[in-house]
Design a protein around this ligand. Structure first.
Ligand code: ATP
Length: 266
């Protein structure tokens, strides 16, 4: 499914951090192709740091949030998946599969509007099979007033009229702006205490490279449920509690790592 970017075999497949290094290479390749901004490299590093203290795996709390997120996407009237450079570089095929699975179009929406970036991201997503892409024609964009960054420019048929916006990898400003506009926001963020994580209605604290494939699987399971059953899944989900539970889990994981490190050091 994924194209391996390890063209020159610099990453031995048996390297203990092969997966993580491969994703790093994707981000670097993405930056060379204009898909990823320079700041995207730093965002990836910040994400990796949080992934480390999550044990680099999807927690049961992330799984709960994924269930609620997919249910919400399936019951929304006009859901949209917002795509930035890092997501397009890391998981283009998975974004297209999720878009099909929950019937939500992909909209390109970037913070750093450098010349040629939208075209580069469009190419990556089109190569991955995207048919219904929004946010590609800059002359058609409209503004959402609550926001001052480049992200205020949105597609009139997408984020502008969406009831639910799924924002894997987000900046807190836009999440806050979308909440002021009374939209439902679903976020994936490895940092459970970012403004995005705190402001979103449903926060999936996980790496997008694990969470989005999981969302595709869950969409297959949930799509046969009745609307009332999906509404109940969303209603029963408590985002605040889920973030608190995640933070407790991180504290416990760090305690365990402390013990393990002491045992090696003594
Ligand atoms: P905020 O504005 O929400 O407080 P921030 O300023 O830290 O957060 P950015 O630096 O714009 O936000 O975005 C990076 C965020 O994305 C970080 O919180 C980082 O943990 C997260 N992140 C980076 N890579 C991934 C990834 N692969 N999967 C999930 N989250 C990621």
């Amino acid at each position: 499914m994924r194209e391996d970017v390890n063209h020159d075999n610099t990453l031995p497949k048996d390297h203990p951090r092969y997966e993580s290094l491969e994703y790093r290479h994707r981000i670097i390749e993405g930056m060379k192709n204009l898909v990823v901004s320079e700041a995207g490299l730093i965002a990836q590093g910040r994400g990796e740091c949080f992934d480390y203290i999550l044990g680099e795996k999807t927690s049961r709390f992330a799984e709960k949030a994924i269930m609620a997120a997919v249910a919400l996407l399936l019951i929304s009237e006009k859901p949209v998946i917002s795509v930035n450079g890092n997501t397009a570089a890391l998981i283009p095929h998975e974004l297209v599969s999720l878009s099909n699975a929950v019937s939500a179009p992909l909209e390109i929406n970037i913070f750093y509007g450098k010349e040629g970036r939208v075209k580069a991201i469009t190419d990556v997503l089109t190569d991955a099979g995207a048919l219904n892409l929004l946010g590609t024609d800059e002359s058609e964009m409209v503004e959402i007033e609550e926001l001052s960054s480049n992200r205020r420019r949105v597609d009139p048929n997408g984020i502008k009229i969406a009831d639910t916006i799924f924002v894997p990898l987000e900046d807190g400003d836009r999440t806050e702006a979308l909440k002021r506009l009374e939209r439902k926001v679903i976020a994936i963020d490895l940092n459970p205490i970012s403004r995005t994580a705190i402001w979103a209605d449903i926060t999936i604290v996980d790496n997008i490279v694990r969470a989005v494939p999981k969302m595709i699987e869950v969409a297959e399971e949930l799509k046969n449920l009745k609307k009332e059953e999906l509404i109940k899944i969303v209603k029963d989900f408590d985002n605040k509690k889920n973030i608190q539970d995640t933070l407790e889990m991180i504290k416990q994981y760090i305690e365990e790592q402390k013990e393990a490190a002491f045992n090696i050091l003594k």
